[in-house]
Design a protein around this ligand. Structure first.
Ligand code: MG
Length: 291
């Protein structure tokens, strides 16, 4: 099936996260320790080290079920370090938001090749969509600035933010979805092939809902779509199970891609990976040349 749609993750896939990760971690420590002064820098650093060491078997537990490896990026790492310290201190009280301000202050720059890749994908007549956990307005605003001198291209790019790919849940029974989409979801197994001491869950109803907004009534949507992300479990495991082509952007240090992610990409029916978005472009060219 010829490719018609490109779906991109945002953070880490289109941005250079390591460039500003230390600032993000420092700012998160500042905000968190202002709320809880008993958390010293030494304890914070020990928590980061412990969470990193426990990954990838330890997971991002934001939604109470494992959603991604706990050391996959500074956002997940900081969240799990805070959970670790909260448990250590016996804190159960509602937690304020520790992340919005650090995320803003430590804005990760776009990957330098992003614009040329978007232009090439558009020239290939692919519909371009972003699906991300980050806020829709935030991503849209950053794309507005990035493509300020290319308004025709910007107008074609759609953004589905707040996708909550970490939510392992069924499709809400009381919402209307195209029948084909609900059936595809219902046929999914609960978990992908076991590669860790914990399950890697596939039935991510919130992510499926975001994918559904891209595909609508088109039941050829999955087979004509390539999804590109930087965390296999969070971004690509579900699309792979649905029959999409998938491309993994391998993470740079200190958030190296784990061996199990590369094994999963090797096992994927239509998988590939690269260190940057130029590798995605090469994959798109190969797909279109063979169709
Ligand atoms: Mg990402």
């Amino acid at each position: 099936m010829a490719l018609r749609t490109l779906i991109l993750d945002f953070d880490g896939t289109c941005t250079d996260v390591p460039a500003t990760h230390q600032r993000f971690l420092d700012e998160t420590f500042r905000v968190y320790s202002a709320a809880y002064p008993m958390v010293t820098l030494e304890r914070w650093e020990r928590a980061l080290t412990a969470v990193r060491a426990a990954a990838p078997d330890a997971a991002w537990m934001l939604a109470k079920v494992p959603a991604a490896p706990s050391g996959a990026d500074p956002y997940v790492l900081a969240g799990e370090a805070i959970s670790f310290l909260n448990r250590e201190d016996g804190r159960r009280d509602p937690q304020p938001d520790f992340f919005t301000e650090p995320y803003k202050l430590a804005e990760a720059p776009f990957r330098p090749e992003l614009v040329s890749v978007l232009e090439a994908a558009d020239a290939m007549d692919l519909a371009i969509h972003f699906i991300s956990n980050s806020d829709t307005k935030k991503i849209a605003g950053r794309l507005d600035s990035l493509l300020a001198d290319k308004p025709a291209l910007r107008a074609k790019i759609k953004v589905e933010g707040n996708a909550a790919k970490f939510s392992v849940m069924e499709l809400p029974w009381d919402q209307t979805f195209p029948q084909w989409l609900r059936q595809r979801f219902e046929r999914l197994p609960a978990e992908a092939a076991r590669r860790l001491s914990r399950p890697i869950y596939l039935r991510r109803g919130s992510y499926m809902r975001a994918l559904g907004t891209v595909w609508g009534d088109d039941d050829y949507g999955p087979s004509s779509t390539l999804v590109c992300g930087d965390i296999w479990e969070l971004d690509l495991a579900l699309p792979d199970a649905l029959g999409c082509a998938v491309h993994l952007i391998e993470r740079a240090p200190p958030y190296f891609t784990y061996a199990y992610e590369l094994d999963a990409m090797t096992a994927a029916r239509r998988g590939s990976s690269s260190y940057d978005l130029n590798g995605l472009l090469a994959r798109l060219r190969r797909e279109l040349a063979s169709s």
